[in-house]
Design a protein. Structure first.
Length: 433
């Protein structure tokens, strides 16, 4: 009978999700942290983390434990596949992005499954945390595990699913303080998976009745937020035409006890702007054309072009009669505040839209890595803000540093200030969502 005692865990993927997970488990079990990026592995073994998600003291502590082969806990980071053969429980935390057609791209997930298939042994358990559509674990991943291992599902090996709930940059709602949904491919495995996570999740666990339910729970978490935000984004588009301020309207409506005060804004990142497409994909496969989910996506994707167009209009109204060649400063390029994560950031859409007007755009972000931004989007960040007259400044991300930015100085030089995040003093703002 399988138990979690005397097991060795391998966490596949050491990004925003996998690294905090590996660290927490390594305080209780021997853990192999695996990533195909050798540079990332070297960085972590040196006690450094570019995602800023890790507690560095904890990281150094579990790495030290891991150096002693006799320890029954600790972390060893590796990019060598053969090292995975030592593990009995594998937790997959690789990305699940969408392609240019907004269809699920399962390539990283299936490649990870293929790799694990080559190291699986009898009685091993593979737990997926990557966000997928309901049925993906059993219908897409399990056949790959069977093919490359030569083993039989639910006879020789087992699977579980426990959706990640990491919120990048959030130092309050951390991995251990958010309840974890768990599931397994048999009732016994469900108990084992649940007990495994219960060792590190102080907020408790919720054991779902089956894997599909657990998969669906993750998909609808973010789809719900996406739809709610799309509603207030649509309100912002409407109220702009009426000539009233959306925040003022929301403040008034929010005085009622049951009004949900969502705020308008750019919806990017690796979850909210991606997961609804996974759910819609599955629905379409089953012959149902989702209405609400995709309408929310369409509205949220309109926000970046709206901001760019609004800024140009405000520039013209403000006396900037020459748009071509004018300079615009974008404050922030990450998908959320105080976080270096640039995955699927919608700020890039604002920049591209402004480029259509042949504006010169400077991008400043103290949290983002210039090399990564250049690699992902072909854009370059400025390291310091130059002394020049900007025709417009757009606050795209609410980094703490921007709250003390000298907006008044630029306003005195006739700069248009557009605040997409509601952090600038009202009297200085020409436009906001």
């Amino acid at each position: 009978m399988i138990s979690i005692s005397n097991q060795k865990i391998a966490v596949i993927g050491l990004g925003y999700v996998g690294l905090p997970l590996a660290i927490e488990f390594a305080e209780h079990f021997p853990v192999i942290g695996f990533d195909i990026n050798k540079e990332r592995v070297t960085e972590l073994n040196d006690g450094r983390d570019r995602t800023l998600e890790a507690d560095l003291d904890k990281l150094l502590s579990v790495l030290q434990y891991g150096k002693d082969v006799n320890n029954k806990k600790g972390l060893v980071c590796s990019a060598t596949v053969d090292d995975l053969k030592k593990a009995n429980i594998f937790i997959v935390t690789v990305p699940t992005p969408i392609d240019k057609f907004n269809a699920p791209d399962l390539t990283p997930l299936l490649k990870a499954s293929e790799m694990l298939g080559n190291v699986l042994k009898a009685e091993d358990i593979v737990i997926y945390e990557s966000t997928v559509y309901p049925g993906c674990t059993e219908d897409d991943c399990v056949p790959v595990l069977e093919k490359f291992s030569g083993l039989t599902f639910n006879k020789d090996f087992y699977v579980g699913y426990s959706p990640e709930r990491i919120n990048p940059g959030d130092k309050i709602n951390t991995l251990t303080s958010v309840m974890k949904v768990t599931s397994g491919s048999t009732p016994q495995i469900a108990d084992i998976v649940n007990n495994l996570y219960a060792t590190i999740i102080t907020a408790g666990t919720h054991k779902a009745p089956n894997i599909k339910v657990a998969e669906a729970s993750k998909a609808i978490e973010n789809a719900q937020r996406d739809v709610n935000i799309s509603f207030v984004n649509e309100l912002a588009l409407i109220f702009d035409r009426i000539g009233i301020d959306t925040t003022d309207v929301l403040d008034a409506a929010g005085t009622k006890y049951n009004f949900l005060k969502y705020k308008p804004g750019l919806v990017g990142g690796h979850c909210i702007s991606v997961d609804p497409y996974y759910l819609a994909h599955k629905a379409t496969q089953l012959g149902y054309n989702p209405q609400v989910i995709l309408s929310g996506r369409r509205v949220n994707n309109m926000v970046a072009p709206f901001i760019a167009g609004k800024v140009v209009k405000l520039m013209i109204q403000g006396g900037h009669h020459t748009i071509k060649g004018a300079s615009v400063l974008i404050l922030g390029v990450t998908f959320k505040e105080n976080c270096p994560d640039i995955r699927n950031t919608k700020v890039v859409d604002i920049i591209h839209e402004l480029g259509e007007f042949e504006l010169n755009v400077d991008i400043y972000d103290p949290c983002a890595d210039n090399e990564e931004v250049n690699h992902e989007y072909g854009l370059n960040l400025i390291s310091t803000i130059p002394e020049k007259n900007y025709a417009a400044i757009i606050v795209a991300v609410a980094h703490d540093e921007f709250r003390s930015f000298p907006f008044e100085k630029y306003k005195e030089n006739n700069a248009i200030i557009f605040d997409a995040k509601g952090i600038v003093e009202r009297r200085l703002v020409d436009g906001r969502l």
